[in-house]
Design a protein around this ligand. Structure first.
Ligand SMILES: Cc1ncc(COP(=O)(O)O)c(C=O)c1O
Length: 450
């Protein structure tokens, strides 16, 4: 093991030089999980400027489901860039946008007429879903959930849960946003079914105590909360939620920015529950790192805003659309949803083993290839252990594994490995993680035989 995963003395010389320039010229508000700089990447491997190689378990925070530098995608980008890089769809239209809309409409669940529209970032797509929902319903209020993450713009930051670093001193926030409890069974100390029933009941109480349901335009939910710590909505919760929405004429909107595009073992996570959202918000792994996002939904809702009410200078940029079309080909051709399910089984199996070995692994959870473990100081009190998580990350980085955290308490280790990862790379990455956990457990004297 130690031979295969030598200790990397990072940041290396070239990274250190770049770091000095970064510190001088780049605003510190943009954080970086690692102190190294990428030189190139291929599949599930990234190489830094000093030649250190890493297995990538972060996938650009879930943008790289198809893998880095896939020739099919880079070729599509180069070919489109050579033709033209931009006309602005609001000025002169182009085919890649229409092709992408047609394909996304056909992929989104629901046997009813649908339409799609594209933007640049995830937050921008969420903002636009809110605009569309408000315009279509004539209602002002939006309901999001505890632990949610929807972005860093004013509206999406308001809909987001974690105070630091996302909201602290960035107020005042947008009005008419209400937060309902999410069925986080582990922290609610409930079975998934109990958590689900409890949250539906709480939502109904919100309609009495906080906001009249006839004022609510949309409920916007992540089927698997991403930044919140890979908290999976229990089976049946999304359908129950959709029923409540239907009863009050509220739109049911799924934010699949992190959970979409095969990450959970289906094209969209809502498919596990057989739910057909009124709108789905997409981004991240639709473009293999190119800035593209979108909203797809029922045609009559999507068509509510009049021409000119939606859009943006770069929205649905032709190069990004070409990349996304190539990415969709790969999902289909390589059945990446099936691969995600396989990866999920392997990772879950190992994480459950970690839970037996290391006392700080409090919970293991996930859906398909979207798997995480939540670290605690004590399994009874469930006191979050963000220090163990930070130590594991740092040690893993030094052994050639790109790893990131999540969770409202910063104590969740999550896996967003590109789905093209080989079995050997996956095993190696998990071996590094096990070794890392063992080292951190030893230091904390936390090893146990539970
Ligand atoms: C579920 C979800 N919604 C919205 C966003 C915001 O996307 P972006 O960072 O592209 O604005 C993210 C980003 O992590 C996300 O995971």
């Amino acid at each position: 093991m130690s031979e295969k995963t030598p200790y990397l003395d990072i940041p290396g010389e070239k990274s250190r030089a770049l770091l000095a320039r970064r510190q001088e010229f780049v605003a510190r508000g943009v954080g970086s999980a690692m102190d190294v700089f990428a030189a190139k990447a291929d599949g599930a491997i990234i190489e830094d400027v000093d030649g250190n190689r890493y297995i990538d378990f972060a996938g650009g925070i879930g943008t790289m489901n198809v893998g880095h530098a896939r020739p099919e995608v880079t070729r599509a980008i180069a070919e489109q860039a050579a033709k033209f890089t931009h006309t602005c769809f609001s000025v002169m239209m182009y085919e890649p946008y229409v092709e992408l809309a047609e394909r996304i409409v056909n992929l989104a669940p629901g046997d009813f007429p649908k339409k799609a529209i594209f933007f640049n970032s995830g937050a921008e797509a969420v903002e636009n879903a809110v605009k569309i929902a408000r315009y279509a319903t004539g209602r002002p209020a939006i309901i999001s959930f505890d632990n949610a993450f929807h972005g860093r713009t004013l509206m999406t930051m308001t809909m987001t849960s974690k105070v630091k670093p996302y909201k602290h001193r960035f107020g005042p926030f947008a009005p008419e946003v209400y937060q309902a409890p999410f069925p986080y069974a582990y922290r609610l100390d409930m079975t998934p079914q109990e958590a689900s029933d409890y949250c539906i009941a709480e939502l109904e109480s919100m309609f009495v105590g906080e906001v009249a349901p006839d004022q609510v335009a949309a409920v916007i939910i992540e089927p698997v909360q991403g930044e919140g710590g890979f908290i999976v909505a229990p089976p049946g919760f999304l359908s129950a939620l959709k029923e409540v929405c239907h009863k009050y004429g509220i739109l049911f909107v799924a934010d699949e920015i992190q959970s979409g595009f095969c990450r959970t073992g289906r094209m969209f996570a809502v498919e596990h529950d057989g739910v057909e959202p009124d709108m789905i918000i997409i981004a991240k792994s639709m473009g293999a790192g190119m800035p593209i996002s979108g909203v797809v939904g029922r045609a009559e809702i999507m068509d509510a805003p009049l021409p000119g009410m939606l859009g943006g200078t770069y929205s649905g940029n032709p190069v990004a659309c070409a990349a996304a079309n190539a990415v969709l080909d790969l999902y289909e051709r390589e059945d990446m949803a099936a691969r995600s399910r396989e990866i999920g089984l392997v990772v879950t199996d190992r994480f459950l083993k970690f839970q037996e070995l290391f006392a700080f692994v409090g919970d293991v959870r996930g859906l398909g290839g979207m798997v995480a473990m939540e670290l605690v100081k004590d399994r009874t009190t469930k006191e979050p252990d963000s220090h163990a998580a930070s130590d594991i990350l740092e040690t893993a980085h030094h052994h050639g594994l790109v790893l990131i955290k999540a969770g409202i308490y910063d104590n969740v280790i999550r896996v967003l490995v590109p789905l093209c990862v080989t079995d050997e790379q996956l095993r190696q990455g998990l071996d590094i993680l096990e070794m890392t956990c063992a080292m951190v457990a030893q230091v904390a004297d936390a090893t146990t035989t539970v």
